[in-house]
Ligand binder design. Structure first.
Ligand SMILES: [Mn+2]
Length: 427
């Protein structure tokens, strides 16, 4: 049985008799006149179906699997590609009922009769939301006929819970994405030189990913040279690389719906300057300590707290703070140099699904979870209160870590991050 079908069965086992899950595939989105964005299936829908065909509707009850798909249509398929058709869909997902999309309008009311709780991702598509609400209210006017419709719509967060714990197949897919990501990062470290544009490095990343069969980047490539690295989500990528500058590259390939998320920083010239080295080694030290904490049973937010503390100790050593360690942490003074969190879940989405808190307490790490670890230090280029030598330096080092008992597995360990390794790539 395919892993996707196993997941559908798992969902069915979680549903009570008067509950149903309703999940919509993505549809094509317009970029501009007659031009569509490259199609990317909805992650939850793909997680359950493994099929990247647009516009489908999946309806699951404890005892029934129903799907609505795009109809076979020679004329339209000539333009947009071959469709599976309802017979094939039925076979792949072992469906009880397989329909073409035009049937949805006739069937939808009947499907929701006597469902108490409808699991549906409310709030993602306002037209769909309106349609679902109208169906519910229409049905609930039929109470005297002995019929009722959903009185509760709940987000199917159990899907997110399932996605948080990665199977060995999912981990293998992410490892494939990492291999391709590694090729891209090494290629840009080697190619970067004085006078090139950031977007030339971006082109190398994307072409390397595509060449190796990835979908492309799992998110917008950040190629930030010099002071641009202090802009956290810099994606303009049109500046010129200059000797003496560092380049921060935050980029990951997406392969088979799993994306890596990796940040590396390297000099445009052959070597880091001594000041750059000092800051880099601080971030690297703190990052390694954070990675070692990614263990089963550890509170997710403790890693961030510890990272803040370790960074603050270094910042004090650099004489960037006169205040006590406690004061720097309590008043969040460190946010002047470190303003983001230390990590996030990773998987099908770069900022993957799953909660970070449970009952207002930090989530506890479990085997199979994957988190990024990405501390950084950023020195505003225009801030006179910062020693001049540090201004404009931005460093973040990011790896993807799998929770595995007490031995964290760094999935991206093969992408060089030691100063000597990076400089060796440039020699
Ligand atoms: Mn990240």
């Amino acid at each position: 049985m395919s892993e996707h079908l196993e997941r559908i069965r798992k969902v069915q086992s979680l549903l009570q008799p008067k509950q149903a899950l309703l999940l919509f595939a993505n549809s094509y989105k317009m970029r501009n006149r007659d031009v569509e964005y490259k199609f990317r299936q909805d992650s939850n829908y793909y997680y359950l179906t493994g099929i990247s065909e647009a516009n489908g509707i999946l309806f699951i009850r404890k005892d029934t699997r129903i799907h609505f798909c795009l109809p076979k249509n020679k004329q339209e398929e000539i333009w947009t590609g071959v469709r599976l058709g309802k017979e094939k869909w039925k076979e792949i997902l072992n469906l009880d009922e397989s329909y073409e999309l035009q049937e949805w309008n006739f069937k939808k009311l009947e499907l929701l009769i006597n469902i108490e709780t409808l699991y549906y991702f409310f709030g993602e598509n306002s037209e769909r939301d309106k349609e679902i609400l109208e169906l519910c209210s229409h049905l609930n006017k039929k109470l005297r006929d002995g019929k009722f419709g959903p009185s509760r719509i709940e987000l199917p967060l159990f899907l997110h819970e399932m996605r948080m714990i990665k199977s060995s197949q999912e981990i293998s897919k992410l490892q494939e994405a990492v291999k391709i990501t590694q090729e891209g990062h090494i290629a840009v470290i080697q190619a970067a030189k004085h006078g090139m544009y950031e977007h030339e490095l971006e082109a190398i990343l994307e072409s390397t990913y595509l060449k190796h069969g990835a979908w492309g980047g799992g998110y917008g490539h950040i190629v930030a040279s010099g002071k641009n690295a202090t802009i956290l989500h810099y994606t303009n990528n049109h500046d010129i690389l200059k000797d003496g500058d560092l380049v921060l590259v935050d980029s990951g390939a997406e392969k088979d719906y799993y994306t890596a998320d990796v940040t590396r920083v390297f000099p445009v010239a052959k070597k880091f300057t001594s000041v750059q080295q000092v800051i880099y080694e601080i971030v690297l030290d703190v990052q390694k300590k954070a990675i070692s904490m990614v263990q089963k049973g550890v509170k997710f937010w403790d890693i961030h707290k510890e990272t803040i503390k370790n960074l603050c100790i270094h910042l004090k050593d650099l004489k960037l703070f006169q205040e006590s360690l406690d004061e720097i942490i309590e008043k969040e003074l460190y946010k002047k140099y470190y303003m983001h969190k230390t990590g996030h879940w990773l998987g099908m989405d770069v900022h993957d699904v799953g909660t970070y808190y449970e009952n207002f307490q930090s989530r506890i790490l479990e085997n199979g979870m994957i988190t990024t670890i990405e501390p950084g230090l950023y020195f505003d280029s225009l801030d006179d209160s910062i020693p001049e030598e540090f201004r404009g330096i931005g460093i973040r080092i990011e790896d993807d870590i799998l929770v595995n008992e007490n031995s964290p597995i760094n999935l991206t360990a093969s992408i060089p991050k030691e100063i000597l390794e990076i400089e060796a790539l440039k020699s």
